[in-house]
Write a protein that binds this ligand. Structure first.
Ligand code: COA
Length: 256
């Protein structure tokens, strides 16, 4: 499954029909898409299987709407991946501004789905759901952002708060990373993103030394898994380690 940021009028129509929603005129859909702030769409084997979009004022407020996953593909994490991509798009937008509130009116029975996507539901206070996006740069001026791509396993391990040391070669690119910078981890498998603050950089001559200084769980291994610095040779040869040294980047998840 991949996420793309556009959808054709025909696929928009098809998804709406699949979940029994009102049939719109092509011209209406065309205008709706043209005036959307953000669109996200899930595609599998060339077939569009889900979508969501945000309409808004391009400044402070937006409404999440047309959140649809084709019935045959529901309950497989696709809705969540679409909302995650919408969230990434808003976060990128907000980082050039200040803050933005995303609101929504859930169809019956779907409040929990949105809560699992990070929305707040406070029925004693208001009927709808909402999600605030804040400019993460306000946490520290002059901090740089670095994008790092990860497989699902280490990504999930950072996400669930277990792994807090990301291991890399200490090459020219990593030498640009400083404490307090932000690392945006990008899940190569589903496009999800995580924002982390760099706490400290732990430098070593090689991964053998690094492994001796941390609990294997901090490095992303499970309790029942064997850990070995040789595992890192799949990514970085011994020669590269000798040339550049290695770094354990200590990170802390930022609130979304
Ligand atoms: C609502 C909808 C978009 C959810 O999409 P989905 O792909 O099935 O959802 P996911 O599989 O990504 O679910 C993410 C999480 O929410 C949970 N979830 C999904 N729908 C749920 C529901 N109705 N009630 C409770 N939990 C729900 C899933 O179990 C999953 O939990 P987990 O992260 O703990 O595993 C989809 O059901 C849909 O298209 N419905 C018809 C159209 C509609 O009503 N859209 C909402 C408009 S407001």
């Amino acid at each position: 499954m991949e996420i793309v940021r556009n959808i054709s009028v025909e696929d928009f129509q098809k998804l709406h029909i699949l979940v029994g929603w009102k049939i719109l005129k092509d011209k209406e859909i065309e205008n709706a898409l043209k005036n959307s702030m953000f669109v996200s769409c899930a595609v599998e084997d060339g077939q569009v299987i889900g979508m969501a979009r945000v309409v808004g004022d391009f400044a402070t407020h937006g409404l999440l709407c047309d959140v649809i996953v084709s019935p045959l593909f529901q309950r497989r994490g696709i809705g969540k991946a679409i909302i995650s991509d919408i969230s990434s798009q808003i976060q990128e937008f907000v980082d050039n501004k200040d803050e933005f509130m995303l609101e929504l009116l859930p169809t019956k029975g779907n409040v929990e789905f949105y809560q699992k996507c990070g929305f707040k539901y406070e029925p004693n206070y208001m009927d709808g759901l909402y999600k605030w996006f804040k400019n993460k740069n306000i946490y520290g001026q002059n901090c740089k952002k670095h994008l790092m791509r990860l497989n699902s396993k280490p990504f999930d391990s950072i996400k669930n708060g277990q792994k807090n040391i990301e291991m890399r070669l200490y090459d020219e690119k990593r030498k640009l990373i400083k404490p307090n910078d932000i690392i945006i981890f990008h899940n190569k498998d589903n496009g999800e993103r995580l924002w982390c603050r760099v706490i400290q950089l732990h430098k070593f001559d090689n991964f053998e030394q690094l492994y001796k200084n941390f609990d294997k769980k901090q490095l992303g291994y499970q309790e029942n898994e064997a850990s070995s610095p040789k595992d890192m040779e799949e990514y970085y040869s011994k020669e590269e380690q000798a040339l550049y040294g290695v770094v354990g980047i200590e990170v802390k998840l930022m609130e979304s």
